[in-house]
Design a protein around this ligand. Structure first.
Ligand code: NDP
Ligand code: MG
Length: 382
């Protein structure tokens, strides 16, 4: 029986993971969950799935969770180190990190330091600190299994293959809601329009990142670390149908792809059950219904964020951190209606131009750069 801890159980990936775990009853057991600012959902999940421990990261939500779970026998942990405390005290086999943003970094590092299987949805961890996480995983015998669908696809395509025989990998992108939108009107799109993703149902932040393609930019850096490939061996293709999630091309010209309906439960399940596959109550995938699969080169004028992703992957150091933090700050401002859509990427670009890079930064330097980039982004508009 594998014990599973979900960090960020109240989010989109977290909720999907809880459903997958119900299917895996005989082999996997939920031992802990965490939530941030949605105490009602956390209470409801705890009462339904009965983990031994519940962590609450947002101070103001803790009291409400304690009240809601009174007499339930479930232990509640709070405080700003709660995510790492959960890993240390529960000592689970698998830690699924599904919190959003840079809050995922420290728990990802703790999971790796303790030699756990890290089922990683939080791509920010690798974007910020791939140079710390990957060697630490090797040294501690920890496994890092991607939950991100494109990376899960590439991981599956590379199973049993030799690294030196990889020519390149392809990450697919749906193109988001504005793939055909008139370029000159992009400036005026509203948060509501940007939050309508054509194929995937996800959290708010990542949905905006899909509209700007900053999500793919972050995924380029994520892929570089996961698969140990330079940025020029990573390619992005617009694939509107979201059926082919990722591909690997080999030196002999063969391409291996992973296909399936767009459903995050598939990569989540694989990260939990690897190296095995377990049966699921999946939706039937009818190949005859998707006879047309299209692949296009992304237009750099429409998606300037992509170039920033390639740049961060190439430059390394603190550039992934700055890319991610500036973007988080800009997306937050866009969602509040304070800045126009096209200025998300242009402000990130400006902050990257102004940054001072450093090779192999420490965790402390990463966190300082993260804070700096957020402040600089806000300053772009003051
Ligand atoms: P959501 O916004 O839906 O969920 C985020 C989760 O993190 C919630 O449980 C939230 O708690 C918690 N959280 C938010 N802020 C903090 C914080 N400061 N400290 C601790 N916990 C916090 O996001 P998604 O599920 O969409 O995405 C989660 C991660 O997975 C992201 O890194 C994203 O890039 C990645 N990912 C997501 C995919 C998807 O399909 N959704 C696909 C591939 C990767 P609460 O809700 O209680 O406030
Ligand atoms: Mg993805």
């Amino acid at each position: 029986m594998k014990e599973v801890l979900i960090l960020g159980s109240t989010g989109s990936i977290g909720c999907n993971t809880l459903e997958v775990l119900q299917d895996l009853e005989g082999t996997h057991r939920l031992v802990g969950v965490s939530g941030h600012g949605n105490p009602d959902r956390l209470i409801e999940q705890a009462l339904r799935y009965k983990p031994a421990v519940v962590g609450v990261t947002q101070g103001s939500a803790e009291e409400e969770v304690r009240r809601g779970l009174k007499n339930s026998g479930i232990r509640i942990l709070g405080g700003h180190t709660v995510l790492c405390d959960l890993i240390e005290s529960l000592d689970p086999d698998i830690v699924l990190v599904a919190v959003s943003g840079s809050a995922g970094l420290k728990p990802s590092m703790t999971a790796v330091d303790r030699g756990k299987r890290l089922a990683l949805a939080n791509k920010e961890s690798l974007v910020m600190a791939g140079h710390l996480l990957m060697p630490a995983a090797k040294e501690r015998g920890a496994e890092i299994l991607p939950v991100d669908s494109e990376h899960s696809a590439v991981f599956q395509a590379l199973r049993g293959e030799q690294h030196m025989e990889i020519e390149k990998i392809y990450l697919t992108a749906s193109g988001g809601p504005f793939v055909d939108f008139p370029l000159e009107k992009l400036r005026n799109v509203t948060p509501e329009a940007a939050l309508k993703h054509p194929t995937w149902n996800m959290g708010r932040k990542i949905t905006i990142d899909s509209a700007t393609m900053m999500n793919k930019a972050l995924e380029i850096v994520e892929a570089k670390w996961l698969f140990d490939l330079p940025s020029d061996r990573i390619e992005v293709l617009v694939h509107r149908q979201s059926i082919v999630h990722g591909m690997a091309e080999f030196v002999d010209g063969s391409i291996i792809a992973q296909l399936g309906i767009p459903d995050m439960k598939v990569p989540i399940r694989f990260a939990l059950t690897f190296p095995e596959r377990k049966p699921s109550n999946r939706r039937y995938f009818d190949l005859t219904q998707c006879s047309r699969l299209t692949f296009e080169e992304p237009n750099p004028d429409r998606f300037p964020a992509l170039d920033l992703g390639f740049r961060a992957a190439k430059e390394g150091g603190l550039s992934g951190t700055v890319l991610n933090a500036a973007n988080e700050a800009a997306v937050e401002m866009f969602l509040k209606g304070s800045i126009p859509f096209d200025e998300i990427t242009s402000s990130v670009h400006k902050v990257m131009e102004d940054m001072e890079n450093k090779d192999a930064p420490s965790l402390e330097e990463i966190l300082t750069a993260d804070e700096w980039a957020r402040e600089e982004t806000v300053k772009c508009f003051s």
